[in-house]
Write a protein that binds this ligand. Structure first.
Ligand SMILES: Nc1ncnc2c1ncn2[C@@H]1O[C@H](COP(=O)(O)OP(=O)(O)OP(=O)(O)O)[C@@H](O)[C@H]1O
Length: 293
């Protein structure tokens, strides 16, 4: 189904991004194409995940949507308006938290609100609400160095949510936390997303994470970075990560994404369209080859 122009929250059209890189030791430079002819429409309220091998341009694409970089060719739009730089309608959560070490947890969360010139008493009420949402009510006066990795990541999410951006851009936000904390944060993020209806674009290296969270998974390929295919995730909502990951539908979709990342597209496609019982049997066989991933 094709989306009409005004249905897109974020629209990326014909985007190419080149960098000048050093050709040799004598400082001679040449162009390097990180992204080539990327088209992408993100729907309002959609949870979109992006996967692809290292260096395929996932972070570059996110930076362009954030307005932190500009395309060499093509254009990007938010609500039909051209993206020309960063703005408070897009919140960013990067890997490695990027908290201000000299600010307490509360003052980290209130940072965007200060920029928006929200009065102090309102700031406090808002930071209270978001600290509660991410389970850190008791930590408002701590400094980042006094927190675990998972807690810092929660603060980064609370900070991004507190100033109420319509779009949340997340670049491997859970990469640095342990598996158990990661699943907790994934579920918390799903709940926040269900409650707030924000548009989320989420980059990850984990196929499981990409499928468990998304409405659609964008699979990218490298050299130069392109959108290879977009996979629909037809798993029911509301979801809890632990629950969906044990379903057969999850396995099919996961395998499809895995297969695209391997560059093999031919064989498995028809399986997902067969009756579930038959498809499951056939897929079980095929999955045995990918189970180690
Ligand atoms: N500032 C820069 N100058 C030159 N080349 C760059 C710059 N930023 C990124 N690149 C190159 O562009 C390509 C895409 O980088 P990008 O960080 O977007 O990839 P990625 O898919 O996010 O990778 P990873 O999964 O490893 O984080 C890489 O080959 C990288 O070396």
């Amino acid at each position: 189904m094709k989306m009409s122009e005004n249905e897109a929250k974020i629209k990326v059209t014909g985007v190419t991004r080149q960098y000048m890189i050093r050709r040799n030791t004598e400082d001679e430079k040449k162009e390097f194409t990180a992204l080539k002819d990327v088209d992408l429409n993100v729907r309002p309220g959609e949870f979109l995940t992006i996967v692809g091998p290292s260096g395929c341009g996932k972070s570059t694409l996110l930076d362009l949507i954030a307005g932190l970089a500009l395309p060499t060719e093509g254009e990007l739009f938010i609500d039909g308006k051209k993206i020309t730089g960063p703005a408070l309608d897009r919140g960013i959560v990067m890997q490695g938290y990027a908290l201000f070490p000299w600010r307490t947890v509360r003052r980290n969360v209130e940072f965007g609100l200060e920029i928006k010139k929200v009065p102090k008493k309102d700031r406090q009420a808002i930071s209270d609400r978001f600290l509660e949402l991410v389970g850190l009510s008791g930590y408002a006066d701590r400094y980042p160095y006094e927190l675990s990795g998972g807690m810092k990541q929660r603060v980064a999410i609370a900070r991004a949510l507190a100033y109420d951006p319509e779009v949340l851009l997340m670049d491997e936000p859970f990469a640095a936390v342990d598996a158990q904390t990661r699943e907790t944060l994934q579920d918390e993020l799903l709940q926040i997303w269900e409650r707030t209806g924000k548009t989320i674009i989420f980059v990850t290296h984990s196929i499981d994470e990409a499928v468990a969270l998304a409405d659609r998974v964008v699979v990218m390929s490298p050299n130069p970075g392109r959108v290879r295919e977009i996979v629909n995730v037809t798993l029911p909502r509301p979801r809890r990560v632990g629950d969906v990951q044990s379903t057969a539908d999850f396995s099919w979709i996961r395998h499809r994404v895995w297969e695209l990342l391997q560059g093999e597209t031919a064989e498995v496609k028809p399986v997902a369209q067969k009756a579930p019982a038959q498809a499951q049997l056939e897929l079980a066989e095929q999955l045995s080859s990918s189970a180690a991933l």
